[in-house]
Write a protein that binds this ligand. Structure first.
Ligand SMILES: Nc1ncnc2c1ncn2[C@@H]1O[C@H](COP(=O)(O)OP(=O)(O)OP(=O)(O)O)[C@@H](O)[C@H]1O
Ligand SMILES: [Mg+2]
Length: 607
């Protein structure tokens, strides 16, 4: 839960690193603004504008004094200035900084000033053209007047001389006025013109015409020179240079602001870098320390691991030894169990062999064969008079009857001995089967062969026949029809001999009642063979119903507690089961063996 609620350390560290790097990049970007470049470009353009403006005014002055042959230089500067202004304006449109509005206002004012100056220059150009024209023509007009005065008669010579002097003065005054338009020169021209007007009445009309032309040009110079001077004053009063400077001021203020800001961010960047460096050094120190700790822990772990491996190796060796000991013990225990089983079952069968051998011995000992020997001896004694002996002697007369009876007795004896010998042969076969069956414990395949269960029951009964007869046990058989089935005869016989033996012993202990052994055989639930051995013996208390199958459980003084255990194991090995039923002490017991009919036996180890 803790893990879920807290973000992992690497995530927090990555976030912190991302924030730090972003801040670093931000500060660096702030110190790297390219406004400085724009500023330099703008200042260069403004300087050029200023130069063009000065050049323009210079060209106006040159035009005024006639140094320029035509007015093209005036128009060229203007065109270039307008182009530069347009360039600045389009740059401003693309720029983002805070002072764009201030610069744009300055540029607009400059444009207005240039327009105003251009209009004044246009007016100057027309006025100056008229002035230049009159000034250029004045010497020619004066020449014409002088020639006309020269053609006057003697009586007019005094007036002509005065007039000539007057015209000379006027020409000089006009020239001076055109150089420096002072009031004094203007007054001189005015008084010269008045004198000219007064004198010309005395002269001939040809001369008067010339004088009029001259006077008109002088007046034009006087008028236009004043106008041109006024225009020049107005032109130089237009504040184009001031406007350029205003723009420059705004730009340098902005540049200053940006530089201040950059310096500020540079300071932040330095502080932040120092902080990062500190953090880095701290992290490096921590890392080195952690590395040392990890190395130490690693070494410790390594040595612990080596010790652990050694211990594990030792423990493994010990366990291997214990396992091998256990295996030996288990093998010994298994072999002991097998040996017990074999001995027990062989012992059971040997009981009936003993009984049969005893019966045969008793039968042989009490045989009537001696009677035959005596009869043969008697016949030999009377070999010479055998006919008279057989007919006259009392003993001889009885001999044929005796021999007849003797032969019958001997025949019966032979039958009985043969019966017991058959039983003994079967017991010996059973012993062989028991040994073969026990070999199955060691992995030998079980011996399945087609057999009739009734015959196996009969054989088992026969093996216990003597004892059953001795204890007056009534045997009842309830055999339902059962087909020939593949059966492990040895194991089944072993189980039945055990069950019949136990039943006999249980009834032997119950002396107060009749002894009845019921053997039933039949098929149940389709394909299950069922064999039940019921007795009227001492019965089994409920708590012992399961325990009776445990290895070594016995209630008998001379018992081993092995018969039922081995029988149950054998039943399990055949894929079946052996169960005990009893209503308690004194009520007898029923042992039921159920086997799958035709199923392959289980190849299971004994437990
Ligand atoms: N038919 C029966 N009626 C009552 N008790 C029985 C019967 N069969 C077995 N028992 C009980 O089960 C116990 C175990 O029987 P099991 O055959 O295994 O051993 P055992 O007969 O005591 O000795 P042994 O190993 O020599 O046969 C018996 O001691 C007895 O108490
Ligand atoms: Mg027993």
């Amino acid at each position: 839960m803790k893990l879920l609620s807290r973000p992992p350390a690497w995530l927090a560290m990555s976030l912190a690193a991302a924030v730090l790097v972003s801040m670093l990049v931000f500060f660096y970007a702030r110190t790297q603004r390219n406004d400085a470049l724009n500023y330099v470009e703008h200042v260069a353009v403004l300087r050029h504008l200023k130069q063009l403006d000065a050049q323009w005014e210079l060209d106006v002055l040159k035009s005024k004094i006639g140094l320029n042959a035509h007015y093209d230089p005036l128009a060229g500067s203007l065109v270039e200035m307008i182009a530069l202004l347009n360039g600045i304006e389009s740059d401003l449109g693309a720029e983002q900084h805070g002072q764009v509005a201030g610069v744009a206002e300055g540029v607009a004012a400059l444009r207005r000033a240039i327009d105003e100056k251009a209009a004044l220059v246009e007016r100057f150009k027309s006025n100056n053209a008229v002035l230049r024209n009159s000034l250029a023509f004045l010497p020619t007009a004066e020449q014409d007047v002088r020639q006309s005065l020269g053609r006057l008669g003697v009586h007019e010579s005094a007036a002509a001389e005065r007039m000539s002097e007057n015209v000379n003065k006027l020409l000089l005054a006009s020239m001076l006025y055109s150089q420096s338009a002072s009031d004094e020169h203007a007054a001189d021209i005015q008084s010269g013109l008045r004198g000219l007007d007064a004198e010309k009445l005395l002269l001939r009309s040809e001369t008067t015409d010339r004088l009029d032309i001259f006077g008109a040009h002088v007046r034009t110079v006087l008028r236009e020179q004043r106008g041109v001077n006024e225009l020049l004053g107005l032109i130089s009063a237009v504040p184009t240079a001031a406007r350029v400077e205003e723009i420059q001021n705004v730009l340098s203020a902005e540049q200053q602001r940006v530089a201040d800001l950059s310096r500020q961010y540079l300071g932040y960047l330095l502080v932040f870098s120092a902080l990062l460096l500190g953090l880095f050094l701290y992290a490096a120190a921590r890392l080195i320390r952690s590395h040392a700790v990890i190395n130490r822990v690693n070494k410790k772990l390594h040595s612990v691991n080596e010790t652990l491996e050694q211990r594990v190796e030792e423990r493994t060796q010990e366990l291997r030894q214990v396992q091998s000991d256990l295996l030996t013990t288990a093998r010994q225990a298994g072999m002991a169990e097998i040996a017990t089983n074999v001995l027990h079952n062989v012992g059971n069968v040997l009981n009936s062999v003993n009984v049969s051998a005893g019966l045969v011995g008793a039968s042989v000992r009490s045989s009537k064969i001696l009677g035959l020997t005596r009869a043969v001896q008697m016949l030999n004694e009377h070999a010479d008079d055998l006919a008279s002996f057989m007919t006259l002697d009392a003993k001889g007369k009885m001999l044929p009857v005796y021999l007849t009876q003797l032969s019958q007795v001997l025949l019966a004896e032979q039958q009985s001995i043969l019966g017991e010998l058959t039983s003994m042969t079967k017991s010996v076969d059973h012993i062989k089967e028991i040994i073969a069956t026990q070999q199955a414990y060691a992995g030998t395949a079980s011996l399945m062969e087609p057999a009739r269960i009734e015959e196996l029951v009969e054989d088992a009964l026969r093996m216990n026949a003597g004892a059953l007869a001795r204890h007056q046990v009534t045997v009842e058989k309830e055999f339902a029809p059962v087909p020939v089935l593949p059966l492990d005869k040895g194991r089944i016989l072993q189980i039945l001999v055990n069950l019949i033996g136990n039943a006999k012993q249980a009834m032997e202990a119950a002396t107060d009642r009749t002894h009845r052994l019921t053997l039933s055989v039949g098929m149940v639930r389709g394909h299950t063979l069922r064999v039940a051995v019921a007795d009227t013996g001492v019965g089994i208390p409920p708590e012992n119903l399961v325990r009776v199958f445990a290895h070594g459980f016995t209630t008998k003084e001379d018992g081993h507690g092995f018969g039922l255990h081995s029988a149950a194991v054998a039943a399990r090995e055949m894929g079946g089961a052996l169960t005990a039923h009893s209503n308690g002490p004194g009520t007898g017991a029923v042992f039921v063996l159920e086997l799958p009919a035709g199923a392959a036996p289980k190849n299971e180890e004994t437990t």
